[in-house]
Design a protein around this ligand. Structure first.
Ligand code: NAD
Length: 330
């Protein structure tokens, strides 16, 4: 019997899943990935990569045919504000993601999976605590009375409860994190599903020095952003701990969207003006509250936002150049 641990990454063709596969391989795991698609930007070092639809119960049953020590359930129908806050994708978001979680909780328990990690989101927190851009409240115990501002958030809340029910009734060993805006290279950077750090980097990379970029709303809405490597460190600590969660995994360095745009300009060395245009916005203020994770796991981000933005800008500006070259070649 080989001496390694088995991990399954659901959503391995996505941004966080792809980085997680690489990290687990470095740690010596045997890794199976599953996704609807291959990873868009990287050849992943997974031992086994299955193209499959996790809404299909038969697929979920079949992919659990190894003695998995750890399952990471990251697959979801999701995107940035341009995808989840317009209302146009609500039925798909709820049905697709809930189906995946209904299948994965049930079959993981049946298959005797030792631990399952579920990625929830800060979007499950009540909108009424996120109206003041300077003073949002997102401690883990502020989740109820529930009032997420999107169907995406409601599905996350439902699925948190689903996994916790399987833990309570069937002893499924569950870990739950609420991610707050994770960003970095090799994530969606164009096409409407990208998040704001990637969108800012792309807009700045595409703009001529002295030109202009567009920002949705007045840009005074606040958010915090966590670099992917920091996120994975927190996830791995959570999974290796005895703490179930749900726990926030995010940064407490809250910035306005205007400031985020300025950071992108600073790392690019470009001076641009900002034009505010109407667009989907989400809540007014959001910041991670890291008291619980510090207390339980001794974890906090190790680097400021700007360092992660430098790495992300470098990668996105390369993608922009490649896309320009490809368009010229056509
Ligand atoms: P992503 O969209 O890059 O990755 C999700 C992956 O799931 C995609 O590759 C997609 O193809 C796959 N998928 C969707 N439906 C599927 C299906 N039916 N069967 C198989 N695969 C399917 O997103 P991400 O940023 O890597 O996020 C990963 C998880 O973290 C998601 O659950 C997301 O809701 C959660 N999350 C992310 C953030 C963030 O800032 N990135 C914040 C909060 C929560």
């Amino acid at each position: 019997m080989p001496n390694h641990k088995y991990a399954l990454v659901c959503g391995a063709g996505g941004f966080i899943g792809g980085h997680l596969v690489k990290r687990l391989k470095k740690e010596g795991f045997w890794v199976r990935g599953i996704d609807l698609k291959q990873h868009d930007y990287s050849k992943l070092p997974a031992d086994d990569f299955i193209i499959g639809d996790l809404r299909d119960p038969v697929i979920c049953k079949n992919i659990l045919d190894k003695p998995f020590d750890q399952v990471y359930q990251l697959a979801a129908d999701m995107g940035g504000a341009g995808y989840i806050f317009t209302g146009e994708h609500d039925a798909d978001v709820m049905h697709n993601s809930a189906s995946i979680n209904l299948n994965m909780s049930y079959y993981s328990q049946k298959a005797g999976v030792k631990k399952i990690f579920y990625s929830s989101s800060a979007c499950m927190y009540p909108a009424y605590n996120q109206e003041d851009p300077d003073n949002p409240k997102l401690s883990e115990d502020s989740a109820y009375p529930a009032a997420p501002d999107s169907e995406y958030g409601w599905e996350k809340l439902f699925s948190e409860r689903l996994y916790l029910s399987f833990q309570r009734n069937y002893g499924l060993n569950v870990r739950i994190a609420r991610f707050h805006n994770i960003f970095g290279p090799e994530g969606t950077w164009t096409g409407g599903r990208e998040k704001s750090p990637a969108a800012m980097c792309r807009k700045v990379a595409e703009a001529k020095d002295g030109g202009e970029i567009e920002v949705w709303g007045d840009g005074k809405q606040t958010r915090s952003f966590l670099y992917i490597d920091e996120c994975l460190e927190a996830v791995r600590r959570l999974v290796d701990s005895d703490f179930t969660g749900p726990v926030n995994i995010g940064s407490e360095e809250m910035v306005t969207i205007n400031r985020l745009a300025e950071i992108a300009m600073e790392v690019a060395g470009k001076k641009l003006s900002i034009k505010h245009i109407p667009g989907p916005l989400g809540v007014r203020g959001r910041n991670s509250d890291n008291h619980l994770i510090k207390q339980k796991l001794g974890w906090a981000p190790s680097q400021p936002l700007k360092v992660g933005m430098e790495k992300t800008y470098k990668w996105i500006s390369e993608q922009v150049e490649k896309a320009k070259a490809a368009a010229l070649a056509r």
